[in-house]
Write a protein that binds this ligand. Structure first.
Ligand code: ZN
Length: 178
């Protein structure tokens, strides 16, 4: 897409990074590839490079969906050389990138709504591929799957202060400090 190119109407798409809305119509604000996510948000990803993003960067985001073999995350911050930048892009974590041991059920390691800290291992035109396979990476804030209350860390187990539910996650560090 080229800057100013018509993408669609606001009935069809939500305004994402690299786009702008004018009189109900969505246009490309920058040159790049159009990407539309599962929630119909249109994003233009610049062809040459993605700003504030590189392999090796630490990223923070919120889990949108968890499938059997991968989870989708909306990345909200990148951290490169200790500089934290606000971003908005889609990240994917494969079940094989959760930990070195075999993961049987991905939903036991992270759940929708959780806040995660990951490391970028690859960047494709449409996604940032992240991994938890490093010290301190994983879920840094979890929400109870029964009542959505924030969970507190008791030893190595997460406990809901509201309903008493106990759950596991692949935990990152520091937990709860988000
Ligand atoms: Zn609860």
């Amino acid at each position: 897409m080229l800057p100013g190119e018509f993408i669609g109407t606001e009935e069809e798409y939500l305004e994402g990074n690299g786009t702008y809305l004018e009189e109900g119509k969505l246009y490309a604000a920058v040159a790049g590839d159009l990407h539309v996510d599962s929630k119909h948000r249109a994003t233009i990803i610049a062809k040459d490079k993605i700003p504030d993003m590189r392999v090796g960067a630490t990223v923070y985001g919120k889990v949108d969906e968890v499938f059997e073999s991968k989870a989708f995350v909306t990345l909200e911050f990148s951290e490169i050389s200790r500089k934290k930048k606000t971003i908005k892009m889609q990240g994917i974590i494969q079940v094989s990138e959760i930990k070195n041991e075999y993961v049987r059920v991905l939903r036991d390691e992270l759940k929708v709504g959780d806040i995660i800290k990951g490391k970028v291992i690859d960047i494709t035109p449409f996604n940032v591929i992240i991994s938890f396979k490093n010290r301190g990476l994983g879920v840094i804030k979890a929400f109870c799957s029964r009542c959505r209350h924030e969970m507190s860390l008791k030893g190595s187990i997460l406990e809901c202060g509201n309903c008493g539910n106990k759950e596991n996650r692949t935990l990152g560090f520091p937990y709860g400090n988000v």
